[in-house]
Design a protein around this ligand. Structure first.
Ligand code: PDD
Length: 281
């Protein structure tokens, strides 16, 4: 398998990660996951913009990779013959002797990127069950950083509880889920946490907001409580991977009638129509 290593495409086996890479020691880096449909990057501009924003928030230089990033990722897609799948790429601050503050002398950031083909033997679930868990993450989760341990712990808790996803609750309100944004539907209106430092500005969330507006669905970007979550008519999550996926049970409480709701279904349909020119038949 070939991977992206700074500005080169090389065999995965040929690269060496320095043990003093700050991504490795401190989680000092950022990442993106972008879907590939029919060899094309879905919503590239939005992902790229978020990547640059994350880098700027952490003062990680992107100067050396910016120009060729998209074309290198395209080459990577072609070399690995990926039609449908995703690309994961990350940028760490680089290698320096271990000291918490950023290196005084700038070191070159380290970019790695890999593509994965869609796993047709293991498709994403058509609906999900979830648990809630305390949101113990830091207060800048709008930065798509490599620091994902609380997310990993939450997902592990979900798996151990026999469900798919863990929904974060901070100060009584629903923020998002361990690797997705969350929407509720009540009386025909969509509810989701407003954009701020407490959630990731999901690209799929952005697409869903656009589709909701096209479908004339009212959207209220306001925090709501766990109790309100249980009483939603419908709940769904969004991310690169599942796009839109209904959540039919939370903490063993059935949501709505326990199956995919009509508004969720209409958004899923609109999403797949958006993708259909991109998916080969
Ligand atoms: N995660 N919130 C969190 C905490 C996430 O980790 C993700 C995505 C999202 C949705 O973002 P987007 O729609 O841009 O994929 C929201 C990716 C898929 C991951 O870490 O693998």
């Amino acid at each position: 398998m070939n991977i992206l290593w700074n500005d080169q495409i090389v065999a995965k086996e040929s690269i060496i990660i320095d043990p003093e890479d700050r991504g490795y020691q401190f989680g000092d880096g950022i990442y993106e996951v972008v879907a590939i449909y029919n060899g094309e990057l879905f919503e590239w501009e939005a992902h790229y913009e978020r990547f640059l924003r994350s880098a700027a928030a952490l003062s990680i230089s992107t100067q050396h990779i910016i120009e060729k990033l998209k074309s290198n990722i395209h080459t990577l897609i072609e070399e690995n013959s990926v039609e449908d799948g995703y690309v994961y790429f990350q940028l760490t601050r680089g290698t320096a002797p271990r000291f918490h503050a950023y290196p005084a002398e700038a070191v070159p950031p380290v970019l790695t990127g890999l593509v994965k083909k869609k796993d047709t033997t293991n498709p994403p679930p058509s609906s999900m069950k979830a648990i809630t868990t305390e949101d113990i993450r830091w207060l800048r989760v709008d930065i798509k950083s490599l620091n994902l341990l609380p997310n990993c712990m939450a997902k592990q808790k979900a798996i151990e509880a026999g469900v798919h996803e863990a929904i974060f609750i901070r100060d009584q309100v629903v923020t998002e889920a361990s690797s997705s944004n969350l929407f509720g539907v009540k009386n025909g209106k969509l509810y989701t946490h407003p954009l701020n430092h407490l959630i990731l500005n999901g690209i799929t969330r952005q697409v869903v907001l656009r589709l909701a507006s096209q479908l004339n669905l009212p959207v209220i970007e306001e925090a709501f409580t766990k109790e309100a979550l249980y009483l939603m008519d419908e709940v769904f999550i969004t991310n690169t991977g599942v796009n839109v996926c209904p959540v039919t049970e939370i903490d063993a409480t059935q949501i709505g009638n326990g199956s995919c709701g009509v508004i969720t279904a209409s958004l899923m349909k609109a999403f797949s129509e958006l993708l259909s020119p991109k998916i080969k038949v």
